[in-house]
Design a protein around this ligand. Structure first.
Ligand code: L5W
Ligand code: ZN
Length: 544
């Protein structure tokens, strides 16, 4: 131990403020705390000596003289060469900065034959008095002796970049380079390439290389780091720093329309998995592969182009669920169906020729239809809004799915289907009877045309369909249509959302719906003309 201290002193370093200022050559005058510090320091010291290792972080009183200029730091490094095991002349200053605490940080990179070793940063930190209080980073004492071959560089930078592209087998397209000397700059870039000469360490050997960075999104997200041997163009090492993350893909919907998609890339595969919404969950789509197990497998694609006809249902389920999420978030400040950012999951390709879609209490499920009654049901924005609204209703009013409360539940889904896709008052026209243009599943403006009553006089009493929930919804649907016609969509959607989320209860009937909507109207717009319009709409369908 005594010898150790002596060596430390000879280097001009004194470690640790716990040590006495005079750095006693004997440990017998030290208190227990000082002894412990000294022992720790000795272990570190022996590691340096025995393993030619340099500590990655040291702090304490590390200099005796004040070190206040770059020149002084250089001579400090020189006087401690035997300790750091790297020649001061091989350390090149790359940055110097002084922070708010008055500390100055001198950042060096270690070089071999004048070329920086990749990542070999070493930082000397001084306090405001110029005392070195910490050193840290990465030094390579054996770099010179383990340098592979001579420093002869046969390859040009341009040739190295070419080798890098051919190594990853990607055709460079529309490249912008950080080395404009040999690649033309263009305004739009699909790909970026950078290159610099660095010494690269691999398996304790050091190579003179060109570090080539190739960055692009297409044909897959990449930030390639490729180290090309400057002597012969062989690849010393390479890796892609992008392994997963959100991406933008595209695809065609059920009706063949182009859609840009928020997708996710992981391990060479793209997922219909949208992480871009301000929610804790995600919007994801899976496939039941024409069976009935839920939730099924993730809908994926190998190149982020969901363009196959069979992918149309998957594309629309994810895309339209995103639009419905946006509608509730932007118009009503509601974050997903639970207002707590829950994942919105859809499973498509459910069953065989299945002419239906549903919310099962946890997720949406869509059939592909039989091609005659229905096309794949996720292909209609209003159908997707209808289904997600069932989830919203479940988490708000909780309207029981039978008799009048069930018909109100159905009506809310149809009405919000209109609010999300307000082009017409029809429901499901985009996927219903593909061979019969112009028709639909239901109409808010003319329920009778689709076999639904639009007045209490025609209320349909039945024990099927949970008391005719898909039939009697025509009555509140018509009241909603009359309301929207007289006060406009903007007021109507506010009133309907407030009634659903504040006033309606699981057993509300049509009369209670009228009261809930009138109370919501009075809260938002008072008891003037808007109020009278809502009251009139319900009176017109026979609900007083
Ligand atoms: C569209 C076809 C029927 C609407 N669910 C419905 O309660 C429908 C599901 C998908 O009314
Ligand atoms: Zn429904």
């Amino acid at each position: 131990m005594k010898k150790g201290i002596a060596v430390v002193l000879a280097t001009g370093l004194a470690f640790g403020s716990a040590l006495p200022a005079a750095s006693a050559a004997s440990s017998k005058d030290l208190n227990p705390e000082q002894k412990q510090a000294l022992e720790k320091m000795e272990i570190v010291k022996q590691n340096w000596e025995n393993e030619r290792k340099v500590p990655s972080f040291l702090s304490g009183k590390l200099s005796e003289k004040s070190v206040k200029t770059e020149k002084a730091v250089k001579s400090y490094l020189k006087s401690n060469e035997s300790l750091f095991k790297v020649k001061a002349k091989d350390l090149k200053l790359v940055n110097e900065s002084t922070d708010d605490l008055g500390m100055t940080h001198y950042e060096y990179v270690q070089t071999v034959k004048g070329v920086a070793i990749d990542g070999a940063r070493f930082i000397v930190h001084t306090d405001e008095t110029g005392e070195v209080v910490a050193v840290n980073g990465d030094l390579h004492p054996a770099a010179e002796e383990n340098f592979k071959g001579n420093s002869e560089v046969k390859l040009s930078e341009k040739e190295a970049v070419k080798e890098a592209w051919s190594h990853i087998d990607v055709k460079p397209k529309n490249v912008v380079s950080d080395n404009p000397s040999f690649v033309k700059k263009s305004d739009v870039s699909d790909m970026i390439e950078k290159s610099e000469k660095v010494v690269y360490q691999k398996d304790n050997k050091y190579y003179m290389t060109y570090k080539v960075q190739l960055q692009f999104i297409d044909p897959y997200p990449a930030n390639w780091q490729i180290f090309v041997d400057a002597r012969d163009g062989s690849i010393v090492d390479s890796y892609n720093a992008v392994t997963e993350g959100a991406t933008t893909g595209y695809g065609y919907g059920v009706l063949g329309d182009y859609k840009s998609l928020n997708t996710y890339y992981s391990n060479g595969t793209y997922y219909l998995y949208d992480t871009t919404k301000p929610m804790s969950g995600v919007i994801e789509t899976r496939t039941a592969n024409y069976g009935s197990s839920l939730p099924g497998n993730y809908s994926v694609d190998s190149n982020n182009a969901f363009t196959a006809t069979s992918q149309g249902a998957d594309v629309d389920a994810n895309y339209y669920a995103g639009t419905v999420y946006d509608y509730y978030y932007n118009t009503h400040g509601r974050n997903s169906y639970d207002n707590n950012g829950a994942t919105i999951r859809s499973t498509v390709h459910y069953g065989s020729n299945y002419n239906n879609a549903f919310w099962n209490g946890s997720q949406m499920v869509y059939g592909d239809g039989d091609g005659s009654t229905f096309d794949p049901l996720s292909g209609a924005q209003d159908v997707v809004a209808h289904e997600i609204t069932h989830a919203v209703t479940e988490r708000t009013a909780g309207l029981q799915y039978k008799d009048q409360s069930g018909a109100l539940n159905e009506s809310m889904s149809d009405v919000f289907g209109y609010f999300v896709e307000p082009g017409d008052f029809l429901l499901g026209e985009d996927v219903y009877t593909p061979n019969t243009p112009g028709d639909a599943l239901r109409s808010l403006s003319n329920p009778d045309a689709y076999g639904q009553p639009s007045h209490m006089d025609d209320y349909y009493y039945t024990s099927s369909d949970n008391g005719g929930v898909h039939t009697n919804s025509g009555i509140p649907n018509k009241a909603a249509y009359l309301t929207i016609q007289s006060i406009g969509k903007t007021k109507a959607e506010k009133i309907y959302y407030r009634a659903l989320s504040v006033y309606l209860t699981p057993t509300s009937n049509f009369s209670a719906a009228r009261s809930a909507l009138l109370q919501a109207t009075s809260d938002l717009y008072g008891t003037g003309s808007t109020y009278n319009s809502v009251a009139s709409a319900w009176s017109q369908v026979g609900v007083n």
